[in-house]
Design a protein around this ligand. Structure first.
Ligand code: PA5
Length: 447
């Protein structure tokens, strides 16, 4: 069975196998908490057995809904933010043609666009302008059903869709994914009679990509969600025991050993531009799960070789508080060779006939050797190819490792109390009803 692999040999100049082994007891306790539900935040562990417990009936329902949207729309806008956005965006970008955004959307092959992941006025203006002659549909996703960014986007796009199609037709092209009972979005969906899917109470936003939250937009984009879930289910089984054959356990123990050795920043490195948003998803997963109680590895990311020409100097030679986790994609989908040129004015004939990916792999290897020599420990994660099954494995691998790693750090990996602080200030500044005291206090500070 092809599967992802974790190689830690290039961290051993900084932390020894013994340093890592010393943490295995703590790692085993952490894995027990994840599997047994005995740690903080245990009411948010619904993601742990999700891949093996996902029913065919649910997948059939999601695929039928996606087919319906594909048949009627040339564009589908997925509205959501944070965990209600990044997983779908990551998988769609990883699997899509790099120039999909520039090709016209077609019925049967709709373009999936995103909204509600920012509060950009120009973004919304331009999106609505683009949609004015499109046959579009909407997937609105919010677990709480009360998040401001997606609520604003939905208010605008719902009104536009109703104006373009009429209220009845618009209703058929809107799908809501939200809590089973609570929240403004659930009430609105019930009132309007939209097709809905439920985000289970026990699955937090950033762990929700393998629920309808991620699966519906991914299926609308035309990708195989069964293979995604199958890959995740393989990884669920491969990560159930506390030993070094469990890649999530090995990764969690190794990154905590590095953290204890003063490596406070982890840079997720890719050499494939299609993984840019995967890194964004990973940053949210680890940032919101671990950054608590003034602790936690800071998750950063670079896209190489692009960023070797911007961040490469810092990584090679800046403060030695970083380590890297490189994702290497072993097999490419297409072949493209470097041609020979008689004049050879660019001096490239020495690599003529080689695959572009061979050059990319040498850039990757050369950089890894240089960074290790420069004092930057490197973990290496190999991904057989950018395909649904392996992405499912990678997603679940990172989720499981995140739960283990968070418990090893003695934080609750499943809450995000810090995210509320900006909301309180924003609501106070906007004079939201119910925030009168906060409005008065914040206005006094601004005088
Ligand atoms: O991980 C999380 O819980 C958050 O990032 C949420 O996904 C994000 O804030 C969006 O929340 P909601 O789905 O309730 O709109």
């Amino acid at each position: 069975m092809k599967t992802i692999n974790v190689d830690i040999k290039d961290v051993l100049a900084t932390v020894s196998r013994e340093d890592i082994a010393c943490l295995e007891g703590k790692g085993a306790e952490a894995l027990d908490k994840v599997l047994g539900g005995t740690g903080a935040g245990s009411d948010f562990l619904g993601w742990v057995n999700l891949p093996t417990e996902t029913t065919d009936a649910l997948l059939d329902d999601i695929i039928a809904c996606a087919d319906q949207l594909r048949a009627t729309c040339d564009t589908v806008v997925a509205i959501g933010i944070g965990g209600s956005y990044l997983g779908a965006k990551a998988v769609i970008e990883a699997l899509s043609d790099s120039f999909a955004a520039y090709r016209p959307g077609m019925q049967g092959e709709p373009k999936v666009l995103f909204a509600g992941q920012n509060i950009g006025e120009d973004y919304m203006y331009e999106l609505q302008d683009y949609l004015k002659d499109k046959r579009f549909g909407i997937i609105v996703i919010s677990k709480s059903g009360t998040t401001t960014e997606p609520a604003i986007a939905f208010r605008l796009l719902k009104e536009q869709l109703e104006r373009q199609l009429g209220v009845e037709e618009a209703r058929k092209r809107i799908v809501a994914i939200t809590d089973a009972q609570r929240g403004a979005l659930r009430s609105l969906a019930t009132e309007e009679g939209y097709k809905t899917f439920v985000i289970a109470d026990n699955v937090g936003g950033r762990f929700s990509v393998l629920t309808p939250v991620g699966l519906l937009p991914i299926a609308v984009a035309g990708f195989d969600i069964r293979a995604l879930i199958d890959g995740a289910a393989e990884m669920e089984k491969a990560t159930s025991e506390a030993n070094e054959q469990n890649p999530a356990f090995l990764y969690a123990c190794t990154r905590n050993a590095l953290y204890n050795a003063g490596k406070k920043i982890e840079i997720l490195v890719n050499y494939n531009p299609k993984l840019h948003y995967f890194a964004e998803w990973w940053k949210q997963l680890y940032g919101e799960s671990e950054g608590k109680d003034h602790k936690g590895i800071f998750p950063a990311a670079v896209d190489n070789s692009t960023d070797l020409h911007s961040m490469g100097q810092w990584i090679q030679d800046g403060e030695r508080t970083i380590f890297e986790t490189v994702i290497t994609v072993l097999e490419q989908k297409y072949e493209k060779l470097i041609p020979s040129d008689d004049a050879n004015l660019d001096g490239l004939n020495y690599i003529a006939g080689k695959h572009i990916d061979e050059v990319n792999k040498m850039a990757e290897l050369g950089t890894r050797i240089a960074h290790v020599d420069g004092g930057v420990p490197n973990l290496l994660i190999s991904l057989p190819a950018l395909r649904e099954k392996y992405l499912g494995q990678l997603i679940y691998f990172f989720e499981k490792a995140c739960g283990i790693s968070g418990y090893m750090l003695d934080v609750n990996p499943f809450n995000q109390p810090g995210v509320e602080d900006y909301k309180r200030n924003m609501f106070a500044l906007l004079a939201k009803p119910g925030y009168e005291k906060e409005t008065e206090a914040i206005q006094a500070r601004l005088k």
